[in-house]
Design a protein around this ligand. Structure first.
Ligand code: DAH
Length: 335
């Protein structure tokens, strides 16, 4: 019987080392160690038939074989799982790229606007989103009952505080703290109680601009904004300064650019006008200078304000402002 056991031990080792899969190993385990029909188990069952001297010796041998077989099974199982892992690595395949996020298109547009004006020597200064009526309206020459207050239907927090409806109040804050010359832009969020549609959203972004010095003229305003438009939309874009009204500038002008889609011949985007309005601007009203203690006889300035969503929509051909606020990754991924 000992010879038989030793022979079994040897073939068992060979077969284990040849097994290719975990399933094969499991079959082998049952065949060798299975409780009822296992080949080793069968030897154990035969022990009582042996002579008294032989029983302990054969028992010991069977036990050793059993332990060895178990160990080999485990070792082979481990090898198989390593091989499996090893096989998966195909070093000729291109690596998996981590998916990179991008900046929100509004942030990208803001950065682009900022960098153009920084190039012209403007500083970037931000102001609070919660404003007082004084800064948001009064100091900008918009007294109570001025009709503009209706247009800029506001979110009030209490009797005197509101979410700013425009970035223009930062002009006042900067002039109160500094003496000319001033060249600054102020990007940031604004809030209005607008009904939501494809071009209105209660939260939006503006970039305000202000330059104050001696002998600043309307030509400086035109030159700076022309440079900006050419950098933002291309050198072939034409500009039109259309007379307009803002309480804090006099004279005031709205700036239109030749439609970047049809180049001026008329299309859906420009409602067949060939022109697109992109910002408001003007020479700082002397009343505003008086409010901050500047002498209007000594200093002149120009100011402008633009909607960042509008600029971004024109630049990328986006037809619905709501897309900026839905954070749909399929939209954002395109920028
Ligand atoms: N604050 C104006 C608005 O929200 C935009 C604007 C127009 C700003 C003319 C200016 C300006 O600084 O000069 O409609």
């Amino acid at each position: 019987m000992r010879k038989e056991i030793e022979k079994l031990s040897k073939t068992a080792q060979d077969r284990i080392s040849q097994a290719r899969t975990k399933e094969e190993l499991e079959e082998l385990r049952i065949e060798l160690l299975g409780r009822k029909q296992g080949q080793i188990t069968k030897f154990i069952k035969r022990i009582p038939n042996l002579s008294l001297e032989e029983r302990p010796l054969v028992g010991k041998l069977i036990n050793e074989v059993k332990i060895k077989v178990k160990k080999s099974l485990e070792k082979r199982a481990e090898e198989i799982s390593q091989e499996k892992k090893g096989k998966k690595i195909d070093i000729t395949l291109p690596g998996k790229r981590p998916s990179l996020g991008t900046l929100h298109p509004i942030t990208q547009t803001l950065k682009e606007i900022e960098s153009i004006f920084i190039g012209l020597g403007f500083q970037v200064i931000t102001g609070p989103e919660i404003e007082t009526e004084y800064y948001n309206f009064e100091a900008l020459n918009i007294p109570k009952y001025h009709p503009v207050r209706d247009e800029q239907d506001s979110f009030y927090l209490d009797d005197t505080h509101l979410l700013r409806t425009q970035t223009s109040p930062v002009q006042i804050r900067v002039m109160e703290k500094n003496q000319p010359p001033i060249r600054m832009i102020s990007p940031g969020r604004c809030y209005r109680r607008d009904a939501i549609d494809s071009s209105h959203f209660p939260i939006f972004h503006q970039v305000e601009g202000l330059a104050v010095d001696r002998k600043v003229t309307f030509s400086d305003l035109k030159g700076s904004l022309t440079y900006f438009v050419h950098r933002m939309f291309g050198r072939k874009t034409r500009l039109r300064f259309r007379p307009s009204y803002f309480p804090f500038t006099e004279p005031s002008a709205e700036v239109d650019i030749s439609c970047i889609i049809c180049k001026g011949s008329g299309c859906k985007v420009c409602s067949n006008k060939g022109w697109l309005e992109i910002l408001g601007s003007g020479m700082v009203d002397p009343e505003v200078f008086k409010k901050v203690g500047y002498d209007p006889e000594k200093y002149q300035g120009f100011a402008f304000g633009m909607g960042v969503e509008r600029i971004c929509m024109l630049k990328y051909g986006i037809d619905d402002i709501r897309l900026f606020f839905q954070n749909d990754i399929r939209f954002l991924r395109q920028f």
